[in-house]
Design a protein around this ligand. Sequence first.
Ligand code: BTN
Length: 330
Amino acid sequence: MAADRPESEELVLAFLAEAGDEYLSGEAISDKLGLTRAAVWKHVEALRAQGYRIDAVSARGYRLAGVPDRLTALELRPLLNTHDLGQILHWYEELGSTSDRAKELADAGAEHGEVVIAEAQTAGRGRRGRSWASPARKNLYFSVVLRPDLTPARAAELTLVSSVALCDALRQAGVAAGIKWPNDLLASEKKIAGILTELAAEPDQVQWVVVGAGVNVNARPEDFPEELRGEATSILIERGQAAPRALFAAACFTALEGWIDRHAEEGFSVIRDAWRERSVTLGREVVVKADGREIAGVAEDIDESGALLVRTPAGVERVLSGDVTLLRPR
Ligand code: BTN
């Protein structure tokens, strides 16, 4: 008889989920999992208390009738097919910022692929000191700890790696997403996701990188602060249909791990090509705000380190970081 470990709850859930619409008798569950009937009942009650709807009918048994819209390991683990990413998951109902928590964990020795995920953030951070609107249970807010074998100079490549991965996950979810340099995900010319990359490094070796991602999944226009309503969109707004957040989170983790592995094995050139294919910046007239300057011209390409090359009347400008505004297509 297996010890009555907390994982038994996960096993009961996985067994019920596998059975789909079918009822499973208490006896079948206890035989399969090596638990007493009383233990099965206790786990069913514990799952119900967490928002799972489990029908119980005498002489037929139990059936999973509904799962909560939550992103704990209980919901995510059965959906993950990654080797590292998200296998260790730190879930919070509410946090200041998942990236702040991930950085603390990274400093304390967290492993490559550990993920911090929250249902809501009270101090979600964007690039350049901006805030990131993080209403509860509408969207996806997560941060991944990475331990890449990279010099600090190459760490910015991971920002482009992540934008390629999120673009793929969004397209898989039926959204025609594209990347605005360096790492904004747009749909219908509005922002649907953003990435914030932070790192700690020795002079010639990265210690950790924290990639923080916010994806607008099921937010409606009224869920965004008023000043963002014209600029922000979500999967729900784009498709006219809500997306199961747990499935979408699992798709993001799979895509991220896939592209991170390719980057580690094949280098940046494969990422550069993938980024170019998904870009909505290249070939467009842009104004780039960088270091207090405004550079106007045509976004021509990204170079071998991910910098944006802008053709201006005075020649080609190389931009390492900045804010891009896309003007009308030529
Ligand atoms: C941007 O486009 O400016 C980047 C936005 C990044 C937001 C995400 S949400 C999860 C993680 N935690 C944070 O505080 N920020 C990132």
